[in-house]
Design a protein around this ligand. Structure first.
Ligand SMILES: *Cc1c(COP(=O)(O)O)cnc(C)c1O
Length: 252
């Protein structure tokens, strides 16, 4: 049976995940040591009260993957009042006709799902209309590392070109990193997750070709089932929902 909200202790769930992040960070090979991976708490389908609870426990970065849900939550009166320093990551598929719903949102911090040039160009053009003109909007290039037709993301063969486009043609955007979702349910007894290895290879290639330090381009990979493994393979930004907030009632 699914746990009801009152049975889920968000504070404890958060604490457990942070401890596991710390443990996994220690196991990284020397090349990945340094920065503690950032936890993005994914709150899709979860109520505002849980967001506030996690915020009060110290969490600042939150992720949503549906435009309408993010619009509702980012504008929620209680969140605006009680979570003044919240940082929203948009982690879902962004259609170009929805850009103008997302860009004006209070406390929008990052769009992790830039997956083609048209989208990048449009976000770049529109950001100054809404954002602070002195700040660039953080973006990540989403990569379809598993080559699944149903998944969004640019193919690995196009990551350098798309990253170059953002760097050279999108002065209002800041290229923060690369992101992948990857194959669901990968069995770790088959060895390291190939999606994570591929994303790191894409990062190394982008850094080499565009003359960026590898520490200056982050990797967003790893969710509830595999974030520790992702950290060991170099992830610096993990997106975790159900391990903190409980199982979602609807499949998303
Ligand atoms: C839902 C979601 C997550 C979090 O998934 P959990 O398995 O609940 O941790 C991470 N990333 C994306 C893009 C998601 O849509």
């Amino acid at each position: 049976m699914l746990k009801t909200m009152s049975e889920i202790n968000v504070k404890l769930g958060l604490k457990n995940v942070l401890t596991r992040i710390e443990e996994a960070s220690k196991k990284r090979s020397p090349e990945f040591q340094g920065k503690t991976p950032q936890l993005v708490a994914v709150t899709k389908t979860k109520p505002v009260e849980m967001i506030i609870e996690a915020y009060n426990a110290g969490q600042r970065h939150f992720g949503e993957n549906y435009v309408n849900e993010l619009v509702e939550k980012a504008n929620n009166k209680d969140i605006l009042e009680k979570c003044k320093d919240i940082k929203w990551h948009f982690i879902g598929n962004l259609q170009t006709n929805k850009i103008n719903k997302v860009l004006p949102l209070p406390n929008l911090y990052m769009i992790e799902t830039i997956d083609d040039e048209k989208l990048a160009a449009k976000v770049n053009t529109n950001w100054p209309k809404y954002g602070n003109p002195d700040t660039k909007l953080n973006v990540m290039v989403q990569v379809n590392t598993s080559a699944e037709e149903a998944k969004n993301g640019t193919p690995p063969s196009n990551v350098v070109e798309l990253s170059r486009f953002v760097l050279e043609n999108c002065p209002n955007l800041r290229l923060h990193g690369l992101m992948t979702i990857g194959l669901f349910g990968y069995d770790l007894s088959n060895g390291p997750n190939p999606d994570f290895i591929l994303l790191k290879q894409c990062r190394d290639k982008v850094c080499q070709e565009l003359n960026i330090g590898t520490k200056d381009l982050e990797l967003s990979m790893g969710m509830s089932d595999d974030f520790e493994h992702a950290i060991e393979l170099g992830s610096t930004n993990i997106r975790v929902g159900s391990s903190i907030f409980g199982v979602r009632e609807t499949k998303t």
